[in-house]
Design a protein around this ligand. Structure first.
Ligand code: ATP
Ligand code: MG
Length: 190
């Protein structure tokens, strides 16, 4: 017998744009959680980390261990150098160069058709530090494969991107251990 609910569910499959923003903790964590969920459903997942670089992050080892196992596709690439100089009038040229290269790679992968979910981790910082023009991101997202989901993370999501996104979540800080002087904890913060 025909199941209309199933038909509706199939017909409504659609690539989404999601944004995790706000000052509270959990933006990257939630994106990686979605990536973990997606990979378990057989989706081909690519996590591109803007700004992050030389430091060790546990998610890198988890992705490497999972990628290729039992049909899992879960790739994670760090495209920065671990920090960005902020506060000065001008961005550091090396940071600009790295953001430019990270965006070129993102654009290529978004348009490649090779992925079902792409996470652009911390891209909102690159935009809010004026190292990347949000209109370029909007243009490429608008031309992405129909079924591709994209998650953008980082504080101060640009209003134009917020307008374009299907699902936008703002993490609100109630308290952070950091305020008590507790340093970043392995496995929780990195
Ligand atoms: P996480 O990666 O833990 O999900 P996040 O992506 O929401 O954090 P980012 O702005 O990317 O937050 O911050 C990166 C680092 O700063 C993480 O180690 C995170 O725990 C820490 N952090 C996040 N929010 C705060 C805060 N309100 N005060 C201090 N440190 C924070
Ligand atoms: Mg983050």
């Amino acid at each position: 017998m025909k199941n209309n609910m199933d038909d509706a569910a199939v017909d409504s499959r659609k690539g989404l744009i999601l944004i995790n923003t706000g000052a509270g903790k959990g933006k990257t964590t939630a994106a990686l959680g979605t990536a973990f969920r997606a990979a378990g459903n057989g989706l081909r997942v690519l996590v591109l980390q803007f700004l992050k670089g030389s430091w060790h992050y546990g998610e890198m080892e988890s992705a490497e261990a999972l990628n290729g196992l039992d049909g899992f596709t879960y790739e994670l690439r760090k495209l920065g150098r671990g920090f960005v100089k902020v506060g000065g009038a001008e961005a550091d040229p090396e940071d600009l160069r790295m953001v430019e290269a990270a965006w070129a790679e993102s654009e290529r992968e978004i348009l490649s058709g090779d992925w079902d979910l792409i996470v652009l981790d911390e891209i909102n910082y690159a935009i809010s530090y004026q190292m990347l023009d949000p209109e370029r991101v909007i243009d490429v997202l608008g031309r992405r494969p129909e079924m591709l989901h994209v998650i953008l993370t980082g504080r101060n999501a640009h209003p134009r991107l917020v307008e374009m996104a299907d699902t936008v979540t703002e993490m609100r800080e109630i308290r952070h251990a950091y305020q008590k002087g507790i340093l970043a904890q392995r496995g929780i913060e990195f």
